[in-house]
Write a protein that binds this ligand. Structure first.
Ligand code: FNR
Length: 189
């Protein structure tokens, strides 16, 4: 069985190192996973005034999450937390009340930063938010990737052998996590 993974990149920057990491992850992933980016950059700032009539861009965003079996978050840490744009996207997905797109949607979190902490603190905040959104999360392996210049090329090639192996293991584990969840419960349950 093939499973569809949608990935969200927490950065809006053109030269985002987390975008490079996402590309690398899709390259080393098991062949039974397919990937689509779920873009967040065109979402306005959410307010509940939109609940009665969600903007087309927000409907498309929720539709894209509904269309995938699992979601992978690849995100930087901003000021030891989640980038505002990513939090806004999650807020859009979680509403209108009773139509939370993340309910029972399996997720995993990974990120990279030039700093040695490698987005660890931001990831903890994201996990807390996803927990509230009732998303089953892959607990392990955790992945805090310190980005050194040249670590990942624009094409997503990982130049460090042990990092490449680690990312491959991470994606193999994510695949197994998804398989276990959907084996326990039919996809449309
Ligand atoms: C950062 N950066 C950063 N890095 C980190 O490790 N911990 C942090 O708390 C922060 N805080 C932070 C806040 C803001 C507003 C910016 C713009 C940056 C540095 C950050 O890791 C670096 O810019 C990365 O390149 C961000 O990843 P992307 O956007 O390139 O994927």
């Amino acid at each position: 069985t093939t499973f569809k993974v949608g990935y969200l990149i927490g950065s809006l920057a053109k030269e985002s190192i987390n975008r490079k990491l996402a590309t690398a992850l899709t390259r080393v992933a098991p062949e039974h996973l397919t990937f689509t980016e779920i873009p967040i950059k065109d979402l306005p700032l959410y307010s509940y005034d939109y609940d009665a009539d969600y903007a087309p861009v927000a409907r498309a965003f929720k539709g894209a999450i509904a269309a995938v079996d699992a979601v992978l978050f690849v995100t930087p840490e901003y000021n030891r937390s989640i980038p505002g744009a990513l939090k806004d996207a999650i807020d859009w997905a979680s509403r209108p009340y009773g139509k939370n797109s993340f309910t029972r949607k399996p997720t995993a979190v990974i990120g990279t930063s030039p700093g040695a902490i490698g987005t660890a603190v931001g990831q903890q905040h994201l996990r807390s938010v996803l927990g509230f959104c009732n998303s089953p999360q892959m607990n392990a392996p955790e992945a805090y990737i310190q980005f050194k210049p040249g670590l990942i090329t624009d094409e997503g090639e990982v130049t460090n052998e042990s990092t490449a192996e680690f990312l491959k293991t991470y994606m193999a584990e994510f695949h197994q996590f998804i398989v276990r969840l959907y084996t326990a419960l039919p996809r449309d349950a």
